[in-house]
Design a protein around this ligand. Structure first.
Ligand SMILES: Cc1cc2nc3c(=O)[nH]c(=O)nc-3n(C[C@H](O)[C@H](O)[C@H](O)COP(=O)(O)O)c2cc1C
Length: 210
């Protein structure tokens, strides 16, 4: 199967059957999320992997009661930085330099540049920018799940502040941005399963400038 076949197979399952996703498939999906590119390589986000039934029930209550949240095998919660600070950026760059066997100072000029660009834009802009980075990782996880024939429902339909409370994120520097349920479609009960996949026609989507 090609990536395009996998993307045609996937859909945002509205009903899942509760079957468990094997650990190796879960690991594969998470690794794809981890390998996503991000602006300046900062990866200003992380992923919570939740299978605790009580917690899933509580999250469903603040996610428009969407049944996938409790009928999935695992729920991924993506959470992004609430802002860029010198300490956070330095920690990532120092780690990168350590991994590459280079002095920490190698990235100093670049770090000063991005901090002087981001700081005046304020915390709200910074949190939004970090959140956008988490969407790239999220998309990688969706594609990897499709490749593994694992159903995945991308979800923005939840109250982030309430999920933050449930995950005790307050004061951690992270805010929840996205949910992704992983599991298997309940083909007998999902109204969406046999619906045609509809996308913007190619001629409207693509503008060629030669
Ligand atoms: C960022 C994002 C947020 C979404 N939020 C929800 C959601 O809360 N609940 C849901 O059932 N589907 C949600 N969807 C699924 C979309 O409605 C779905 O991907 C879109 O209609 C295209 O259909 P397909 O994914 O089945 O091909 C979301 C998708 C994305 C990318």
């Amino acid at each position: 199967m090609s990536l395009l076949d996998d993307l045609k197979w996937r859909y945002a399952a509205k009903s899942m059957n509760g079957a468990e996703v094997p650990q190796e498939k879960l690991d594969y999906i998470l690794e794809a999320a981890r390998l996503a590119p991000s602006s300046s390589g900062l990866q200003p986000y992380k992923v919570f992997v939740i299978s605790n039934k009580e917690l899933l029930e509580k999250i469903k209550n603040v996610a428009w009661n969407q049944s996938q949240v409790t009928d999935c095998s695992h729920l991924l919660v993506f959470a992004a930085w609430d802002g860029y600070t010198d300490a956070r950026v330095s920690a990532v760059f120092n780690y990168t330099m350590d991994q590459r066997g280079l002095p920490h100072e190698t990235m100093d000029d670049y770090k000063q540049n991005i901090m002087s660009l981001y700081e005046p834009l304020g915390k709200e802009w910074q949190a939004d920018h970090a959140s956008k980075q988490s969407y790239i990782s999220f998309a990688m996880a969706i594609a990897a799940a499709a490749e593994q024939k694992v159903d995945a429902t991308p979800m923005e339909g939840f109250v982030p502040a309430e999920v933050d409370k449930l995950l005790e994120l307050e004061g951690s520097g992270y805010k929840s941005t996205l949910l992704l349920t992983l599991g298997y479609r309940d083909a007998d009960n999902d109204w969406l399963v046999n619906m045609k996949k509809v996308r913007t026609p190619k001629e409207d989507f693509i503008t060629e400038i030669k």
